[in-house]
Design a protein around this ligand. Sequence first.
Ligand code: AHR
Length: 519
Amino acid sequence: MSVRRLAIFLLGLCLLCVNFMPEEQQAMNSLVIEADAGKHTINKNIYGHFSEHLGRCIYEGYWVGEDSSIPNVRGIRQDVVEALRKIEIPVLRWPGGCFADDYHWMDGIGPRGDRPTLINTHWGGVTENNHFGTHEFLDLCEQLGCEPYVCGNVGSGSVKEMRDWVEYITFDGTSPMADLRRGNGRNEPWKLKYFGVGNENWGCGGNMRPEFYADVYRRFQTYVRNFSGNRIYKIACGSYGENYEWTEVLMREAASQMHGLSYHYYTVPGGWGNKNSATEFDESDWFETMRLGLKIDDYIAEHSTIMDRYDPEKRVGMIVDEWGAWYLVEPETNPGFLYQQSTLRDALMAGLNLNIFNSHCERVQMANLAQTINVLQSLILTKDENIVLTPTYHVFDMYKVHQDAIMLPVRIQCRDYVFEEEKIPCLNVSASRDDEGKIHVSLCNFDPNKAVKVTCELRGFPPPNLKGHVLTADRINSFNTFKNPNEVKPRKFDAFSLKGSTVTINLPAKSVVVVEISK
Ligand code: AHR
């Protein structure tokens, strides 16, 4: 037998052996975590959220009004505030979305009964009463203990309108806008760090070409002033999906005048014209959702490479200010309200996206899930005085340990999750070290049929104490309802063992697990 033939024979034999080995003996699923390395901080704002005047997000979701029988503080429902405080929401983007470029902030100040109405042309054509405006939003952020991120109107607004909004919110001296604010009951200015100069200006925000928007951005941002010691982090409207041209032009023409450039990516299994049901789906839809969700990793990498050419120091942050899964609306609900349920599939979606943002934390400085309450991939659903926490909420709760921690490089080797002709890696992971020295590893097992045994070697860190949480459920489409709010909820996890500096973790099928390793 020739040497070549012998080599092929031996290789074939090895592959055969691996195939017949019980999974626990296959060294295929392994992680190496450089526990004493790590240079970049996971900005806590990666765990941010987005809330638009859309459907029942603002009204009913946050705002019930001061006279409501639902417990509220100055009109803002307290069960929701309490739930979002628990996950340590760091930043909230408002008022849109597409709504932002149709919103005129002056309509939303002053006595509520005197505020003009407006037609919400993007979302159901309903009449907006403007009862939730600037004061209410900034009050909400104070109650949540999070940073406000305001998105200004470029598409149908004026430079003066945008300039005046910033003066109204942040100026502490005597001026027409500061005096107007005082007249409306707020003496002290607010601090406002994050300001977006338009939203999706390539689409609903004005259908502009990148060259045109770059010039418009340069003009508008000039008048977004730093008043009274307040320093604004200016965010230009960025790209979506694979539109690399927009990023190229914006970086080339305007990088020096921005602090952040936004980016949007929605996971839409079936495509825009043929969306999935949020709850009635099979394994092929599950697989497709994970496959499409994972694409954001390459998209971020590609947009970052373009940004690197103009900004090798990574001064400009990538702000993923809209992301999440987008399905069909729930039956018998207003199609313009985008109300969808959230299942275990969305927990995996949240887990994989957050892992990917963590791993790109050198460039990604903020991310905002669309859209917090009663819209798209929500954390919370409300019905009158009741609320229900979705599987997505629980992932944010489990992952909050990564906020402001140092990202640790992870090398992953794992088997594939194969469905029909296609495959994706069965595992998706990120790791970080917090300021107490604790290490957290978050893992997603996409395979809905098989558990995964994974060895995790911690370089430079002897790991004596382990604890963890797992989120899984009986079915891929299990979800929480008002009647049964605890169908999908995290449980204590202890399916791990320790040998030397290697932890072996048994991940259940279709699960999200976070393990804490401490000295
Ligand atoms: O989140 C729903 C919509 O999706 C937003 O208003 C818009 O920015 C995006 O197209």
